[in-house]
Design a protein around this ligand. Structure first.
Ligand code: DHB
Ligand code: FE
Length: 280
């Protein structure tokens, strides 16, 4: 049967993609941030997952405010990236696993989650930047991918509890797939940031570190945070933390934290990276 080996988190800021494109990893500004990734790359090299389920949010490349699914899952053989205007090089397509995608969609709909199935979906920086950070060489062990998109943009966004429950259902769906494959689940985005309005530049280190702690030890406690409170504490784009909760739900109740890094500010964001290994 398919086995979820663990979860990874990372922020997905376009400026990171620019730093990679311009080889700025050793610049003083970037050094501490990029130092958070070799431990993840080593962990991935050791475990070699066959599939990465990538939970991210679309920022207007594929879905816009006129049509915004709360939860969408890719069911394509291949996922293309396109220019969003950030000046980032466009990435080569990523290979999907359409059969596993459809299995997940069917199981989750049976489980009463209303999924938008996408046989064609463009992936933006929310997807490509984490892929570049975790698999910089796109070598022979590059996993197949399944994009899972959440609405973090157009209110009403889903509640934190709904996102944790979504992850639990996603985890059950993955682990009911009969092939003996290893799966890693990525929660991208966050942590605190606000790109617009009077509070532009808002970062809340205390709140970010509390979230990074509780997501390991007591994710249920985080479901008590309302969406208004999340935006108040973490900023308007800090809503992206809900995708970390979706990832966490897919893991076992008890997880082992293997690695953590937190850098501020990276562009406008509190940038958090974690490896959580499943304990069964
Ligand atoms: C930034 C962060 C994001 O999550 C994003 O999608 C775009 C920009 C930033 O900090 O600049
Ligand atoms: Fe974002």
């Amino acid at each position: 049967m398919a086995k979820i080996i663990g979860g990874l988190t990372t922020s997905h800021i376009p400026a990171i993609g620019n730093a990679i494109a311009r080889n700025k990893q050793d610049d003083p500004y970037w050094k501490g941030f990029f130092a958070g990734y070799p431990p993840v790359q080593k962990w991935l090299d050791k475990h070699k997952p066959d599939v990465a389920v990538v939970i991210y949010n679309d920022h207007g490349l594929n879905f816009f405010l006129d049509k915004m699914p709360t939860f969408a899952i890719g069911a394509a053989h291949e996922y293309h990236n396109a220019d969003e205007g950030w000046g980032l090089p466009t990435m080569a397509p990523y290979t999907g696993d359409a059969a596993l995608s459809w299995h997940i969609i069917e199981r989750m709909v049976e489980d009463e989650f209303d999924i938008t199935s996408c046989q064609e979906i463009l992936v933006d920086h929310g997807f490509t930047v984490p892929m570049q950070l975790f698999w910089p060489d796109r070598g022979p062990h590059m996993p197949r991918v399944i994009p899972v998109s959440a609405n973090t943009v157009q209110h009403p966004i889903p509640t934190i509890k709904r996102c944790l429950d979504f992850g639990k259902s996603l985890g059950r769906a993955i682990e009911s797939w009969p092939e003996d494959i290893k799966v890693v689940v990525l929660g991208t985005g966050g942590l605190s940031h606000q790109l617009d309005g009077e509070r532009a530049g808002h970062i809340n280190k205390k709140f970010d570190l509390m979230c990074m702690d509780k997501i390991v030890t007591d994710p249920e406690a985080l479901t008590k945070i309302s969406r208004h409170e999340l935006i108040r504490e973490a900023g308007s784009q800090g809503s992206e933390f809900i995708m970390w909760m979706m990832m966490r739900g897919a893991l076992s109740a008890k997880v082992k934290k293997i690695h953590q890094n937190y850098s501020i500010p990276i562009s406008n964001t509190g940038a958090g990276t974690m490896i959580l290994e499943n304990v069964d």
